[in-house]
Design a protein around this ligand. Structure first.
Ligand SMILES: NC(=O)c1ccc[n+]([C@@H]2O[C@H](COP(=O)([O-])OP(=O)(O)OC[C@H]3O[C@@H](n4cnc5c(N)ncnc54)[C@H](O)[C@@H]3O)[C@@H](O)[C@H]2O)c1
Length: 384
């Protein structure tokens, strides 16, 4: 009988639901070396926890994350709380010898992220593993893009053009932890550019050397409090843009906004190289566009590849027949399956980001904010 992986989850709202679904589904669709047990969920709202636990199959619940982190029967702690509540439970879990899967960005601040990276390094000596939920890596179309770059189908990559555009952040949107620097760290930048920087690093297999041309702006400075209880200041960026030069010479642009109507969750990345180009748009997430320069001027152009072919496109063999599309939740389930493989000593289908990897993304984000506030180019070597 395979051993179990017992999971404890922190948070039960947006990501709490996505992760509960992923842990519950992974063993149903993938052949995994361990079964997944949904042992315990912790969050703040006691009234919501019992129905949540019942609906998603968590065996028990608690409003005290310390109790969950200390529990003998929890092997992996899944952190899906607001950004300022990543470091403390993650580090406590690592000290207790547990694996940790944490939501992105790794933390709200570079200091927290560094402490997490260092704790992960120490815990790794005793076998603890860390993971960060950069779920978009595990869309089959992105996985295919990763493989095509590795096969040299793009040649030298000249450009990365990455935009993550949403529109839910207008003046009527109520205040929450997402609009306070003390709880979120930053706004659209840490929320959305985090994904773009991870995707660019993942696809290129290269690191940013310098950022410049950065702008971050708070358009909506005051937001209504929930329940009509007045207003609260918003002190995070609603939009953040910057340029970057990778060590290998690739030039990149990044743009994140919560005010880019009518875009909803338009997470897009394009790579242009000497031998070919790739383009991905999450709002058409099953599709990868590829241009092969060998086709010449007569036949060249964007080829529309529907990435749903088992055996050809990553993860698809676990799901549905060709053309039976996958959605948002599949990225999380694909990642949960890879995490189970990794803790059992098997290879994940695609490389998984750990705390050290996510810390590199966090350094780029911190460099961009410094470049914006100091109005100058910032070398990554300045950001440790
Ligand atoms: N991977 C992605 O694409 C993605 C998408 C959305 C959010 N996120 C990340 O996931 C994290 C959570 O975001 P969300 O949208 O789920 O937030 P949310 O506001 O929907 O949920 C936050 C949860 O944390 C719980 N919580 C808050 N304080 C707590 C405490 N002291 N102890 C225990 N639980 C506590 C709340 O009860 C709630 O259940 C953030 O880091 C966010 O950046 C990632």
């Amino acid at each position: 009988m395979p051993r179990q992986l017992s999971v404890g989850l922190l948070g039960q709202r947006f990501m709490g639901r996505a992760h509960s679904n992923a842990w519950g589904q992974a063993g149903r669709f993938f052949d995994l070396p361990r079964s997944v047990r949904l042992a315990c969920v912790a969050a703040r709202d006691a009234d919501e926890l019992a129905p949540f636990a019942g609906r998603w199959g968590w065996e028990r619940w608690t409003t005290d994350w310390r109790e969950l982190v200390a529990a003998d029967d929890v092997d992996l702690v899944d952190v899906s709380t607001p950004n300022h509540l990543h470091a403390e439970p993650a580090i406590a879990a690592l000290r207790a010898g547990k694996h940790v899967a944490c939501e992105k960005p790794l933390a709200g601040t570079l200091e927290d992220a560094r402490a997490m990276r260092d704790a992960a390094k120490r815990a790794a000596r005793k076998g603890a593993r860390t993971f960060v939920w950069f779920n978009y890596r595990r869309c089959p179309a992105i996985g295919t893009a990763h493989e095509l770059v590795r096969e040299g189908r793009l040649g030298d990559v000249y450009h990365v053009r990455a935009t993550y555009l949403q529109s839910w952040g207008g003046p009527a949107t109520e205040s929450s932890w997402r609009f306070r620097r003390s709880t979120a760290g930053s706004g659209a930048h840490g929320d959305l550019n985090a994904h773009l920087v991870d995707l660019a690093r993942f696809l290129l297999g290269d690191e940013v050397a310098e950022v410049s041309g950065a702008l971050a702006h708070t358009f909506v400075k005051e937001r209504p409090l929930p329940g009509g209880a007045g207003t609260a200041r918003s002190d995070v960026d609603d939009a953040a843009l910057f340029l970057a030069r990778f060590r290998g010479g690739t030039l990149a642009s990044f743009e994140a906004s919560r005010l880019a109507a009518p875009h909803l969750n338009a997470n897009s990345i394009e790579l242009n190289g000497s031998k070919g180009s790739l383009r991905f748009d999450f709002e058409d997430m099953n599709v990868l566009r590829f241009h092969d320069a060998r086709d010449g001027a007569r036949l060249g152009g964007w080829r529309r590849i529907v990435c749903t072919s088992a055996g050809d496109h990553p993860y698809v063999d676990a799901w549905w027949p060709d053309g039976h599309l996958v959605g948002y939740e599949h990225g999380f389930t694909n990642m949960a399956a890879d995490v189970v493989r990794a803790v059992a000593g098997r290879r994940p289908r695609l490389p998984l980001p750990d705390f050290a990897d996510a810390y590199e993304t966090q350094r780029v984000l911190a460099a961009a904010l410094r470049a914006a506030s100091e109005r100058r180019a910032v070398r990554l070597s300045e950001v440790r």
